[in-house]
Design a protein around this ligand. Structure first.
Ligand code: FAD
Length: 299
């Protein structure tokens, strides 16, 4: 049986545009409607085009749109959607206070993908396995979505609508991801297990804890590759909030995570393996985040 693979040459014809500003990009999207598709680093889009899952008439490259570039540190952090995974992984502003995001970017498969792939592309592709998504969820990220003449801010937790689906409407572009300043005494961590290093995750998890002495005063736990979208696990977060930060408490919360996630069996892992790995990496991430929260500076 003939199957399209990621290694074939792109045969179907399409037009290509490289706008120099958001205004030009919006005009192209308005003119071409659903026939147009945005291209950032192309590491997801080109694979889908080669496999003929997508056949846009017009590919609109965002490479020349300078408004999408850059990391700005203020009270919190503003990250342009076109910022590459490599830039994030090297950013002192990310490393200083957003350890889970830094670790998620460092866990990206290969150097070439890190240099090409962008944060905007990672979340807009809406894969349940997107590495940055659990990290952004525990950092309480919001997404800025713009269209010609309007802008809205959506909490990342409300951005994903299913595998490959987001709340983006035709004509909209994600321009920024914003992270609020973490509370004093915050520690975070990200963990990922994959079949080989250069692969998307079998399971990935991020956690963030706020520590006040021996007690946990705030907790977020999020996972990828265990449900149709990246998810937070509210019952485990509630179990830890107000509790003492002990190995026993972390093990119990990890057990709740393994119970509450909804993994499937697929080519990358079985459902039972995913539950087992989720339990292990969440417990490990909680211990690391707790330790970081106790080191004084917010990480
Ligand atoms: C070999 C290989 C290894 C990979 N390893 C990993 C991995 O370890 N972890 C991981 O999470 N992912 C991995 N990926 C997936 C991919 O590299 C990432 O999801 C990457 O961040 C996508 O970014 P991009 O800029 O290349 O997106 P693109 O392919 O350019 O775009 C992806 C989608 O988002 C849309 N889009 C892009 N930017 C915007 C925007 N600003 N506004 C609205 N829509 C937009 C595009 O139209 C497209 O539908 C891998 C891919 C490959 C091919």
């Amino acid at each position: 049986m003939y199957m399209n693979t990621n290694t074939r040459i792109l045969a179907p014809e399409f037009d290509f545009a490289r706008p120099a500003s958001l205004a030009e990009a919006f005009a192209l999207l308005r003119k071409h409607g659903r026939g147009a598709r945005l291209l950032a680093g192309g590491t997801d889009l080109l694979v889908q085009m080669k496999m003929e899952r997508l056949s846009p008439e017009l590919v609109v490259s965002l490479a020349g749109v300078k408004e999408l570039d850059g990391i700005t540190m203020g009270d919190g952090l503003t990250i342009g959607a076109g910022t590459t995974i490599q830039s994030l992984s090297r950013s002192p502003a990310v490393g200083a206070r957003f350890a889970a995001l830094r670790e998620a970017c460092n866990a990206f498969s290969t150097v070439s993908i890190m240099y090409m792939g962008t944060l905007g592309g990672n979340i807009c592709n809406a894969s349940p396995a997107a590495d940055t998504a659990p990290a952004l969820l525990v950092h309480d990220a919001s997404v800025i979505i713009a269209s010609a003449g309007s802008e809205r801010r959506v909490p990342l937790a409300e951005f994903f609508a299913g595998p490959g689906k987001t709340v983006l409407k035709p004509g909209e572009i994600v321009t920024e991801v914003r992270l609020p300043a973490p509370a004093a005494g915050t520690g975070s961590a990200f963990r990922k297990i994959s079949r080989v290093v250069a692969d998307i995750s079998q399971v990935c998890a991020a956690v963030s804890l706020v520590r006040d002495g021996a007690r946990i005063t705030g907790c977020r736990i999020a996972l990828g590759s265990v449900a149709p979208t990246p998810v937070r696990v509210a019952r485990a977060e509630a179990a830890l909030t107000g509790a003492e930060g002990t190995a026993d408490a972390f093990a119990k919360a990890a057990e709740i995570v393994a119970e509450d996630i909804r993994p499937i069996s697929d080519v990358r892992a079985s459902e039972s393996y995913r539950r087992h790995v989720a339990r292990t990496i969440v417990r490990d991430a909680l211990q690391t985040a707790w330790q970081r929260a106790g080191e004084g500076a917010t990480k």
